[in-house]
Design a protein. Structure first.
Length: 382
């Protein structure tokens, strides 16, 4: 293989040919190493190019991109690029494999691949039926080789591959796809599946961001960016107002605002809540005390004036505390008791709680029911 001659044929999907030496190309074991790409710059015999496979590091990247695109499959070595032409309408047919590339190796003079040949291909090479290898590779507009597609046994190393562009997966140049991959945070040469997965992840994230910003889930990126910028501007204003630098953490901003609010309270205008609560309790106690005093005075006055029987004192106090106006209305409309009625109303009630004639007279005078009179007498006994 060291004496192998090279013949190159470039295109957007390009190929070049490497001569095979039958004894080295198809040993008895059915495997051999073949050159797939020369190192550095090269051009085709027909004048197209130049193309550039780059340095050892570039060739290593080409291998990575090739393996990533191939996934779990192996690169095929076919006959006369039949794998490529089988996809062209009106040209298709069988595309049997001549061999499979099992591994790659970057050497001093370029990129090599170890091929495991089929029995038929090994026999054809030994018989001299095929002499050249023609790898197919993708490259950018500038001619930089990006990855390998396949290789072929051929006897026409200057093969015109223009029709190969009819293959749907080979019509897109690598350079735009690499830019998309890099924009998505993927490695150069990432496959279509990886790019589509990354795009779907971005779309899902964009929908979630739009909803979080209070926008419609179908909001366009421009609207999302504008809303985010507006929120960022408001946050910056609040951050600056809190005395912090732009970009400060939200927790720090909240803490600064709370500290500022506490420090800005004027003690001459505001009283701590604990003191307010204590003051309210004192006021309530004072009000209850005043209300009790007023009730006591009003009821005692009613008893002195004969408007209320002494036995009804507790009842009168309870009524006055709950509704002073109702107590006053009752006293104003009540007849004055005679001296005898006042004295009688203080006489202890019989043990059986029965009402005597005096009780009945007071009851009628006061407009009370029998039950109310009995309760009043119980209060007087107490």
């Amino acid at each position: 293989m060291k004496n192998a001659a090279k013949s190159l044929l470039p295109a957007l999907v390009a190929a070049h040919a490497t001569a095979l030496i039958a004894a080295e190309a198809a040993p008895a074991a059915g495997t051999s190493w073949i050159m797939l790409l020369p190192k550095g710059s090269f051009a085709g015999r027909d004048g197209r190019g130049p193309y550039d496979a780059g340095s050892d590091a570039d060739l290593t990247e080409i291998v990575k991109a090739t393996l990533q695109r191939a996934g779990s499959t192996e690169l095929v070595v076919d006959y006369d690029h039949q794998t490529m032409y089988s996809a062209v309408p009106g040209v298709g047919g069988r595309a049997p494999a001549a061999g499979w590339i099992k591994e790659f190796e970057v050497r001093d003079n370029g990129l090599w691949g170890r091929v495991e040949w089929t029995d038929a291909a090994a026999q054809a090479i030994r018989a001299g039926e095929y002499r050249y290898i023609s790898p197919v590779y993708l490259h950018t507009k500038a001619g930089k080789v990006t990855r390998l597609i396949s290789a072929a046994l051929t006897n026409v190393p200057n093969l015109d591959l223009a029709a190969v562009a009819a293959r749907a997966d080979l019509t897109t140049q690598e350079e735009p796809m690499d830019k998309i991959a890099l924009a998505l945070g993927l490695a150069q040469g990432a496959g279509e599946d990886a790019i589509l997965t990354a795009i779907n992840a971005v779309l899902t994230s964009t929908t979630a961001i739009a909803a979080a910003l209070g926008l419609d889930k179908a909001a366009k990126p421009e609207a999302i960016a504008a809303q985010a910028a507006a929120i960022r501007a408001n946050v910056d204003r609040v951050t600056t107002a809190a005395g912090l630098k732009s970009g400060a953490k939200l927790d720090d901003v909240v803490t600064a605002i709370q500290s500022a609010r506490i420090g800005s309270v004027d003690p001459a205008k505001f009283v701590p809540i604990e003191q307010v609560t204590a003051m309210q309790a004192d006021i309530k106690a004072l009000q209850e005390k005043l209300t009790g005093n007023e009730a006591e005075e009003a009821v005692n006055a009613a008893i002195r004036d004969g408007k209320l029987a002494p036995a009804l004192k507790e009842w009168g106090l309870s009524l006055h505390r709950s509704d002073a106006a109702q107590f006053k209305a009752f006293i104003d409309n009540a007849p004055s008791l005679t001296a005898a009625q006042r004295t009688a109303s203080t006489t202890p009630a019989p043990k059986n709680d029965a009402l005597d004639e005096t009780d009945l007279a007071v009851m009628r005078q006061m407009g009370l029911t029998e039950e109310q009179m009995k309760n009043a007498k119980k209060g007087g006994d107490a």
